[in-house]
Design a binder for this molecule. Sequence first.
Ligand code: PLP
Length: 476
Amino acid sequence: MRFISTRGGMVPTNFTDVLLSGLAPDGGLIVPESIPEVTRTQLERLRSLSYPELAAKIISLYATDIPTHDLAALTGAAFGPDHFPPPVVPVRTLNNVAEGLALVGLSEGPTMAFKDLAMQFLGQVIPYILRHGGRVLNVLGATSGDTGSAAEHAFRGQDGVAIFMLSPKDRMSDVQRAQMYSLNDTNIHNIAVNGVFDDCQALVKAINSDAAFKSTYSIGAVNSINFGRIAAQIVYYVWAWLRISDGLDSSDRAGHAMDVVVPSGNFGNIYAGHLARSMGVPIRRLVLATNENNVLDEFFSTGVYRPRGSAETLATSSPSMDISKASNLERFIWQLLGPKEFRHRWLDLETTGVLDLSDQLTRLSAEFGFISGSSSHRDRLEAIRRVHTATGTFIDPHTADGVTVALRTMEVGFPTLILETAKAAKFGETVKEALGAEQMQTPEITDLLGRAQHVVTIANAEEPLRAIIEAAALRT
Ligand SMILES: *Cc1c(COP(=O)(O)O)cnc(C)c1O
């Protein structure tokens, strides 16, 4: 399997090289040259596998340059009991909320959000690649909460990798802050910036545009456009279908396609679902859920993609979806239009800020199965209450956006699976607001919040950041 750039300016490369690069050198996104196919017979053969075993099989379709027994060892470590309690991804029915509704538990990992599932895989495979090449990597990133903590927990204590993670000072939840700053591993560097998330991102961009500095200090990224993360996310779509069809006899399985509802921001999670569907996993519809920042809902309901700036991006109670420019969407649009047409029309977006694909609107749903919806703060509170009343289960505000859109779009006779993108306890404030006096704080969280924190605060400027990297970066 080889990988190319959506913009056409990269020599085809293999999976292990893709893992260590972010954007393609021409500024495009890296995509697989073709999509591997999984037949129904092959799917049936995967039914008896554990999650780590399934992950090795699915990822191997893309990671053709990693020997299969090495890959099995890597997924065994990534999805082992140290990081995820078996079965790793529980699928629970919500029939009491609505017949046919189920919750796919993606947030059982160390930082209580779905990003652990992809990041723990990178936390194994990247050190493996570095070891083989005698290389080191200094990961420089910016986080508004979930990505940074998932990355730090995946790479803590790993040889050959150091993490320099910028976060906006005083702008994360207490739990997010504690998950990051309580780590005291020597390869983890928490840097709080006196500024907002966009300032942190601008600093990362500034350092990355200094090619000499970047290469001297072996600086890289593990952000949401990394294809390794996408590959690892495909696995749970396959897993979810296998689990909901477990009880059926084989003649019923044949026609059993599911709808999957995905709380979305950067289009990374649902793009993995799109690949799973294209590979042959029985997904009828991919239902994209947004909050008030509804750029993607607008795209899938009108065909017009109009990214917004940070000034137009609202701060909502599902903050990990407060995104108005979905970096992974380029991958899907490239496939929708084909390479030639893509290059021509993508220019529109760069020159006018708008990409009008309303001529493709019917294909989005008819051919690719996408539909969408958005939710509000009130909807979120209502969904948290409704699920708790019917089942006793606590859901987080992002998953609640999924529940809201699921209840509006689901159709009788089709199983509707909502991806649980975070645990309620991680966003306890909003859950408390919905449920009144309910106590969200588990003993684990009380313990986490009480631990000593390790963070260096810097001004919103390049110089102090460079100084920290120069002093602490790993060198070969
Ligand atoms: C990152 C995140 C999302 C959005 O996922 P994308 O892949 O960016 O679409 C949704 N919910 C939670 C809790 C997240 O951390």
